[in-house]
Design a protein around this ligand. Sequence first.
Ligand SMILES: CSC[C@H]1O[C@H](OP(=O)(O)O)[C@H](O)[C@@H]1O
Ligand SMILES: Nc1ncnc2[nH]cnc12
Length: 290
Amino acid sequence: MPPPPMIGVIGGSGVYQIEGLEGASWVKVSTPWGKPSDEILVGRLNGTPMAFLPRHGRGHVHTPTSVPYRANIDALKRLGCTDVVAVSAVGSLRPDYQPGDFVLVDQYIDRTFAREKSFFGPGCVGHVSLAHPTCPRLGAACLTAAKAAGIKTHASATYLAMEGPQFSTLAESRLYRSWGADVIGMTGMPEAKLAREAELCYASLAMITDFDCWHTDHGAVDVAQVIQTLTANANAARNLISELPALLPDHPTCPHGCDHALTYALMTAPDKRDPDLLAKLDAVAGRVLK
Ligand SMILES: CSC[C@H]1O[C@H](OP(=O)(O)O)[C@H](O)[C@@H]1O
Ligand SMILES: Nc1ncnc2[nH]cnc12
């Protein structure tokens, strides 16, 4: 029997709390990959178990580079999450995706270079498919929730993940546009890669806060502009999340295979596997290592 649905929400910049969780408490979760960004708020939303983790920690302590992505995903998996909705602030790289709009991210270009990107490594080599890096079923639920909450949401976007923390140069912004990227942010990767390795359904809902620096009618992005747009639209994000529980199926076997991503992924022969790494993979890959 597949586990019952539990939604993990990763809150991005400006989203450090969620309201309305019944019986909510902040819990400390230890992982073999270090400490998550913060304690995790666990409770129920309209009867469905939910776990909320602020990606940068309460008070925005972590940079996009220092976010402990592996610990965060491991902790959500360890708590029993089946589905993870990531909320992020992004800049728009196209004129028709405008500040205040939401987008459902379904593709990535990963330009980050200073982060741990895999749970696997020497002694347990694994290769998962990332052709479709997000879960279409969870994405569809997010779009339905956004519609119910009255939020303008674009159904598809390619997210350029940059290292940061500085924003892009004009030449970079133009280059990313020429590559076909639609939005830009600093945290979408390796989060999506790790969620896939952990066999979690993952969807990324991004709020557009600015036009980065390429748009001739708009000044270059700064933090004040990002915060202003985030604050103006924070309620929309909350309303959207509260619509989600009713939209998840009772028996969450993923028709797209997110929950079986590791079935053919492991390459290392059983007798060559590193016991220390296998122990660390207990939550993430326990299903295939039992
Ligand atoms: C505050 S602007 C840059 C900052 O905002 C985004 O954060 P998140 O993705 O966690 O919402 C962006 O990726 C940068 O980390
Ligand atoms: N223009 C931008 N570049 C990178 N990350 C962002 N987050 C919000 N706006 C951004």
